[in-house]
Each structure stands twice: as structure tokens, then as C-alpha cells.
Design a protein around this ligand. Sequence first.
Ligand code: SF4
Ligand code: SF4
Length: 380
Amino acid sequence: MISEAARCVKCGLCLAGCPTYQLSAIETMSPRGRIALVQALSQGQLAVDDYSHEVLGSCLLCRRCEAVCPSAVPFGALMDRGRELVRSRQGWKERLAIALLSRRVWMRLLARIGKAALPKATPLGKMLTQTRFDAPEPEELRRPRGTRTVGRVGLFTGCTGSLFDSVALEGATELLLQAGYEVQIPRGQACCGALDAHGGNAKRAARLLSINEVAFASAGELEAVVSIASGCGAQLAGYPALGGKHRDVCAFLAQGRVISRLRFRPLEKRAAVHLPCTLENVLHGGEAVLQLLERIPGLQIEVVGKKGECCGAGGTALLLRPEMAGKLRQPFVQRLGELSPDYVLSSNISCRLHLQAGADTAGVQFMHPVTLLAQQLIRG
Ligand code: SF4
Ligand code: SF4
């Protein structure tokens, strides 16, 4: 993997789009600087210290650099390796955040405490108020009613998705059923492993990967494994046994033979669409979201933010570097204020929460694009 770093020809084409370089104007805080640092650390030319941990830990993992790199340097994988090297310098807050957010049971417990303690007016408090801890587990296999079955897909729920975005999971399921697909939701699936991989815990990330590969391998012949959160999707796309089959839910639904089976009721409203960096830079799925939303007659669609730009919620910035996360969010919030939309749609729950926390949200509904599509779906 480290040999891949040698592909970097130091052209600097990635610098202009890197949010941490734009904020700091420091070479080490750029993709090129980080690649050089990972090389130096792995070859023993530099010792691991707090500064190297900060340089690598502050990367948002938006992978905008990777998307523009002419040498195809696999920046995401290099950064995971770099974070493994500096893991010994992680503070307790970082360790705790990663441990809590990647374990469904702990997150559920934390969410219950937050629901009781957080003011309901805050975005997180509002979301927790709507979280049903007694909601039944989704059925493992759902079959389309009264429609010819055209195939079967696996649905990846994720640890945050199953707890906080069950509405989007249900919406995705309804759209897939209406398009004629059986939806298999294997019970044995686990967290995608992104948080552990990005936190330098390669061993746990590999363990989660193999749990998920086994869970989906036992789900029968699947045309695709779809996920709703682009952050999870970016991780699943790199699974050796799943990579080729993984699709973001919107990319799957937007395929001509699938979308042709879906009809939507008109909606004379305005939607601001946020296309997360992981969706654009890794999954290349932004266009599919727009194609789907354009099928809702009357819906006005405005994209918020530049292509592949991170809103500040990337990596662990939202939890551990709130000041930087807030600065990067500002242009998005300003644009939302100018647009005054009825809906803000984003495929990643952490981006959605982050934007909701910063925007004037009176009368605005924040949701996953598939939630709005399912709301307008003509069934039957
Ligand atoms: S664009 Fe690619 S090759 Fe050029 S400096 Fe950035 S990482 Fe290196
Ligand atoms: S992943 Fe994003 S934040 Fe990290 S170096 Fe690349 S462009 Fe910069």
C-alpha cells in the first residue's frame, strides 16, 4: 500500500480543492503533504508525534483529492494506513467516540440517554425524540405485492441508519418493492467498519468486513447490495467480495430498467439537495440522486455546494473538531438561507444533522432523498 504513495508526482492539482489546505494554507495539511508524511512515517524517517497525529487526524476523508488526482493515488486507503501508524497518539475522546459510534448496542444506549437529557429544540434532540427504540426489526425478506418479481437485492442497514434513519430504510425498501425487487435484510450484518478503518483500527475493520461478507453471501443470489448512507457506501464499495455488487440506493434506482417502473405524485415545492463528498468523490452517485428527484413533477431542485465539497461533517471533524466543521459548513448554510427551501435532502445522516444544526430550520424538513421519493411514490 505504501508503495502506492510513490505514484504521487507532487503536481499539486489536488491542493485547490482540499478544505483543510484552504483553511490553513499549510502544505502539511494538504493531500500532497499528508502523503509525504505517511511515506516518511512508514519508512521510519519521522517519528510518530502529536503533530503527525493532528495532520492525519484532521483530514476529512472527503477524498476530493483522490477524485482529481491524475496519478490515481488511492488516498483513502493511504490515509487509513497513516491513521493506523499514528493511532498510539489518539486521545481518550477520539477512542471513545469511535468505540461508541461503531457499536450498535452502545450507540442505542447513548441515544436513550441523549433522548432523555438533550433539549428537544436541538437537531440531535429532535432526531432522538423521533427515534423509536421499540420499533420492530425489519423483516428479513420482503416480497413485492401484486407485481412480477424481477430480482432480489440485499439492503445494508448500517449502525446509524438502523437507529436514526429507519424512515429512509423503509422508504428505500418501498421503492425497491415497487420496482419489483425482493429485499433481503440479513440479520447477521454489522457496522460497515468505516469508523474503525478511519480511526486506525484495521483489525476490527477487517473483522466487520468479513461478518458483512458472510451475512450477504448467505442471502441468496443478489443482483446488488444497496446502502442508503454514502459514508457507509464508500466503505462497502471497497469490500473485495462485495465491491462489485455494492450500489448506492439512488444509483440502483436510477437505472433505466428500474426507474421506468416507478411513478411519483406531483409536488409543487422547492428542494435544496446536498450531495455528500463521499457520494460524489467515491461513489460518483450525485447525478443519480438528481435524476430520481427530477421524476417528481413540479419539484424545484437546487444543488447546494460545489461538486465534491465537504460540508465539514467528514471524518471525525463533527465530533472532535467542531470549530473547523462549523467554518466549512458556513457557505452551505448561507446558500440554504438564500434558497429558503421546503426540503433539504442529503444522502448522509451526519451531513444532514450537521447542516440542520447550523441552518435556520423553521419550516424546513431535512431528509434522505429516498424518504421524499417514497412519500411521493404512486403505489400499486
Ligand atoms: S493530484 Fe495526485 S499526484 Fe498530484 S500532488 Fe495530489 S496526490 Fe500527488
Ligand atoms: S481527503 Fe479531503 S481533507 Fe483529506 S486531504 Fe483529501 S481533499 Fe483534503
